[in-house]
Design a protein around this ligand. Structure first.
Ligand SMILES: Cc1cc2nc3c(=O)[nH]c(=O)nc-3n(C[C@H](O)[C@H](O)[C@H](O)COP(=O)(O)OP(=O)(O)OC[C@H]3O[C@@H](n4cnc5c(N)ncnc54)[C@H](O)[C@@H]3O)c2cc1C
Length: 184
């Protein structure tokens, strides 16, 4: 009869990982599984899983999650599989942005959205939503362009300077632009 140091029963994500890591450490390990792998009878099937670093159950888990990133990379190198892990983005603390509503209207011509969004992006303003439409002016039938956007303005932004910049565009391009704090 063969001898083993460890016998793992069940080869889902947890059992497989245990067998793999033990075998790498030259432990004589046996994995037992009641279905042929891969199968869809446990919890580990499917193509993706969410990994969180912010764990409500306790900060003790965080080093384990960070270590798992290394292990995923090791598995990629050893197997040639591509496992995608998106690096978390740093989010601004709530309150760092103020909601504003921007409206613009003028005779339709190319480049209006580009000009307005260029000013916004220059000062780090996020466009949360934007709707545009064109319609024929009553009586004259002139094509009128209208834009409405909800924007998130960084709290440090000098609103008077921003309004002054839009006033310039208003004069140069004949676009009516209004910027108002959004009612929450
Ligand atoms: C739909 C879904 C989505 C999920 N999404 C996430 C997510 O986004 N992020 C996240 O962190 N977690 C997620 N989870 C949870 C995570 O997938 C599971 O916690 C994890 O897969 C559990 O792995 P396991 O090895 O413990 O169990 P299982 O994968 O169930 O493995 C147990 C294995 O033991 C075998 N077995 C059972 N009894 C015997 C026996 N008597 N003899 C031999 N073999 C036996 C089974 O056949 C099975 O293969 C999700 C789960 C599900 C179902």
């Amino acid at each position: 009869m063969r001898n083993f140091d460890t016998i793992v029963c069940g080869l889902g994500a947890m059992g497989s990982a245990a067998v793999y890591q033990l075998a790498k450490r030259r432990n004589k390990v046996l994995g037992l599984e009641r279905f042929s792998l891969p199968h869809a009878n446990g919890s580990s099937h499917g193509e993706s899983r969410i990994i969180r670093q912010a764990i409500g159950e306790g900060e003790d888990y965080v080093p384990l999650v960070l270590r798992s990133y290394q292990l995923w990379r090791e598995i990629e190198t050893e197997t040639g599989l591509a496992i995608s892990i998106k690096t978390p983005v740093t989010r601004a603390a709530p309150g760092a942005f103020l909601p504003y509503k921007l409206t613009a209207s003028c005779m339709d011509h190319p480049g209006i959205v580009y000009q307005i969004s260029a000013v916004l992006s220059c000062v780090g303003i996020n466009i949360e939503s934007m709707e545009t439409k064109t319609y024929a002016a009553p009586i004259s039938g002139t094509p009128i362009f209208q834009l409405e956007a909800e924007i998130a303005v960084p709290a440090r932004t000098n609103i008077n300077q921003l309004r002054a910049r839009f006033a310039e565009i208003q004069r140069e391009e004949n676009i009516d632009i209004d910027l108002a704090a959004a009612k929450s």
